[in-house]
Each structure stands twice: as C-alpha cells, then as structure tokens.
Write a protein that binds this ligand. Structure first.
Ligand code: FRU
Length: 473
C-alpha cells in the first residue's frame, strides 16, 4: 500500500502519469546503494494506486549527470516530434544535475513504449540558466484564449523562487514569470507543482494551487510542503491572499503537518477534475540515517496516494486530501461508548489497518488516543489542536526523530479522524482531510488502542477498525 523499492535508496516521486490504464510512478533512486547518490529514475506501476509493481530503472544517471526530479507528460499532438507514426511519445522533463561542476539544467527524454524504456534527447539540456540550483520541472498543458502550450514550473531553489516557462515543443522554452520568495522561506524551495481545481466541485469557481516544498523550514521541522491558492492566467500565478516575503510558519497553508510528507506532486494524464498526489514519506533531517536491514538495504517509502479537492471552509479555500487505501475487513466496531479513564478500544491492532474515529467531547477538555504504545494522538479543546506524539517509538531511531506534531483544528465539539496505519507509518486525516499529519512510526509492538477523556468523559460515537489483508498490498 505504501510503495517502496525492493532495495536501495528512494526519495521524491517523479513523473507521475496515468497512461493506458496504468498509473506510473517514477522516483528518485540510487541503483547503486541505500544512500543518496547516482540519482536515476526508478520505476513502478499500478492499476489501482495501491498495489505497485516495480520495474527496471527507467532513466539512468550518466557519467556527466545525475537525473534529478521532474515530470512526465503525454505529448499527444507530438509537438516535440519525438513520436513515431501513429504514436504519441511520453516525454519526461527532469533536471540534469552535475554535482561536481555544481550545475543544474533541464533535460528531456522520450518513450514510445508507454514509459518502460526512455531515450535521452540528444539536444539536452533544453533549458539552461547557467544556475547551480535550477531544478524540479513540472510540466503541464495549458489551454487559454491564446491557444494551447506547455507550461513548466521549476525552482531557483536557493533564491526561493518558482519560475514559469512556456514552450510549443518541449524543447525550446521562454520565460513567463516568477513567484517568490514569499510565505515560508526558511529553506531551499524544491519540487513545485501548479494545477487547477474547482472549489466544492463547482466548475464556475476554479482556483489554482501552487505547491512548494521547502527544506528545511517546514512546519514540523526539516522538510515540508506549503501550498498557495490563487489564479493563473497563462503567464503569471497570483495568490488570492497576498503573502509577505517571510511570515510565521503558522500563517502559511501546509499540505501536511507531520514530519514525513515531502516533495509531493500530482499525476498528469487524469481528467481536469481529478488530482492525485503522492509524496515521499521521509524527511531530509534524518532520511539518510534511518536504520536499514543488512540483508536488503532499503531506504524510503511513498505516502498513500491522496485525492485532492478544494473546499471552502470557514471562509477560506483549503486543500482537502482523501487517502486512497486498500480494501479492508472490519475487525472491530464500537458505537456510543463513554470513556473517561483509559479504555481499551481494541486489544490488538493489525499491522496494516484503517481506523475511523468520531469523538464527541461532551464538555471534556480533550482526549488522548494511544496507538499500540507507539504514538499518542491528543486533542485539546482549549488550544483546538490535534497533536501526534511519536516519541514513544523513537528509541532505535536517529537523533531528532522523536517529535510531537501539531495541527490546529479549531474548537470542536466533535473530532472525526481517519487514520491509516502501516507497519512503520501513520497518516492522520482530520477535519474531512483539510488537516493531515504523516509520520514514520517504527516499532509498533502489535498492542491495541485505548482512549482516555481529559477533564471529563468523552463519547466515542464511532470507532471502526478495518484490517488490510496481506494480499491487498
Ligand atoms: C527534493 C530534492 C530535489 C532534487 C532531488 C534530488 O527532495 O532535493 O530538489 O531534484 O531531491 O534527489
């Protein structure tokens, strides 16, 4: 359910594309080992975004360049001329990174077999600013009054700027505009994405979402991803709420409030009203120090795929995420149970499961949900905050791993959570998915879940655990 390669190092998702009935997931991958280096595009695919099949490395590093993050589009009209008779090419756009000479420029490659094998374009690089930190191109097709063309969003990482370019053929790019530095600027900007979505599904109210990952300087410490809602006129992105160059982190909107959700980008090739994101489930603070199994050294996993929509809530437009998980079988179900002192909800949680919880506060100050002794989710009515404390699981992990994450839900009489637990991670979706916390969570000891009210008893209106069977992942 959480993709991870069989061995070696993985970071960002790259080139997410839905094509010919399959979701393709490329990813930053080191074919040579379990540390960051020799970066290439690993490859996996799926028909349901849940069960992934790993394929051979798709785009390999060369003597001169590593292949850093980027995107894939189907060049249906063959604007690039890289197709064949009756065959539109898939075109990958990525950063050619010369780590020795400190130079980053954008290159392309094409595939005529649906994304299995790729040919580097011999006119690379196609966009070179002579920069050491110009990277992570995300390309999409834009149609406006002036016709259709390709738009690229990429970053000047150190300058904290998102740059927009346009092209008619994916080979020649002209500068359009840029955005930033604004909002959260406490780290380099990476892996931008820009896409339209209808607010509350109303096609007459389309807003554009700009995703900007940054490292460090994320809301939970280390790497994190902010988002900005605005408009895009084919040239320039304009935020709805102007953001000063630097603001407190709490004043920004964040894709996720946990430690382990970074470099998330969305699929191309889906209908306009369908946006699906996958992110890397780790943090640059410690990703390279996570323990590995000596037999099959492997580091890195992806988050669950998440369906994105825009909703208007409390007068603002917010991003909402709905996890796409495997089928589950209900193994526990409770309704209308009161809990004051710690009360067991389930004796034993399965390794992988989905938990749905709805708690009515009934005058209590809050509640604490203990998950397998590895993490505690705590809601406080006073602060209106949901906190995830994973310090109990931090024992064998690298320094800096033990942490408490926090997201403000506001004062609530009822708290509704959907939680996905895997062997080594937790993804919490609160307030209908407008607030999420994603954390790696090793060392769950198979224990159950219990809940306690604070300053009074709470009413568990609903508690359902759905177990994921091994064949579903
Ligand atoms: C983000 C990032 C990108 C870069 C890639 C290199 O995690 O630093 O900016 O392209 O990883 O692996």
């Amino acid at each position: 359910m959480h993709f991870r390669p069989a061995r070696n190092w993985m970071n960002d998702p790259n080139g997410l594309v839905f094509h010919d009935g399959r979701y393709r997931l490329y990813f930053q991958y080191n074919p040579e080992g379990a540390t960051h280096g020799f970066m290439s595009w690993g490859h996996a695919s799926s028909t349901d975004l849940v069960r992934w099949e790993e394929h051979p490395v798709a785009i390999r590093y060369t003597e001169e360049h590593e292949i850093f993050s980027g995107s894939v589009v189907l060049d249906e009209p063959d604007t690039s001329g890289l197709g064949a008779p009756e065959k539109s090419p898939l075109v990958a756009v990525f950063t050619l990174a010369d780590q020795v000479g400190r130079h980053q420029a954008q290159g392309i490659a094409s595939s005529l077999d649906g994304g299995l094998t790729w040919r580097l374009y011999d006119g690379n690089p196609v966009l070179d600013r002579g920069s050491a930190d110009f990277r992570d191109p995300k390309v999409f097709r834009y149609s406006g009054p002036a016709g259709a063309y390709w738009v690229m969003v990429a970053v000047e990482a150190v300058e904290r700027r998102v740059l927009l370019y346009r092209s008619d053929d994916l080979k020649t790019w002209t500068y359009l505009s840029d955005y930033g530095p604004r909002g959260a600027t406490g780290g380099v900007w990476e892996c931008p994405d820009l896409f339209p979505l209808a607010v509350d599904g109303d096609p007459s109210e389309v807003r554009w979402v700009l995703l900007i990952s940054l490292n460090p300087g994320g809301i939970a410490g280390g790497s994190g991803t902010q988002y900005v809602i605005g408009s895009f006129d084919g040239v320039r992105f304009t935020p709805d709420e102007p953001m000063p160059p630097a603001v407190p982190l709490e004043a920004c909107d964040w894709v996720d409030h946990g430690r382990d959700c970074y470099a998330g980008v969305t699929f191309s090739g889906l209908p306009d009203d369908e946006r699906i994101l996958i992110a890397w489930m780790s943090n640059w603070d410690y990703a390279g120090r996570l323990p590995v199994d000596a037999e099959t050294p492997q580091r890195g996993a992806m988050t669950l795929a998440r369906r994105l929509t825009l909703v208007r809530t409390e007068g603002r437009v917010r991003l909402r995420q709905e996890p796409i998980g495997p089928q589950t079988t209900t193994i526990a179900e409770l309704a209308d149970v009161r809990a004051g002192a710690p009360s067991t909800l389930i004796e034993e949680l399965s390794e992988r499961c989905r938990i749905e919880l709805s708690v009515r506060l009934d005058g209590a100050d809050g509640f604490a949900l203990d998950l397998g002794g590895a993490a505690i989710l705590d809601y406080s009515a006073d602060s209106g905050s949901l906190r995830l404390d994973r310090r109990p699981a931090a024992g064998a992990m690298p320094d800096g791993f033990g942490s408490i994450e926090e997201v403000r839900l506001g004062a609530r009489e009822r708290v509704e959570l959907v939680i996905w637990l895997d062997r080594d991670s937790i993804e919490v979706f609160a307030s209908g998915g407008t607030c999420t916390i994603t954390d790696l969570l090793p060392e769950r000891d198979g224990a159950g879940a219990s809940i306690a009210g604070r300053g009074g008893s709470v009413l568990i209106e609903r508690f359902v655990v759905g177990a994921v069977s091994a064949t579903e992942v």
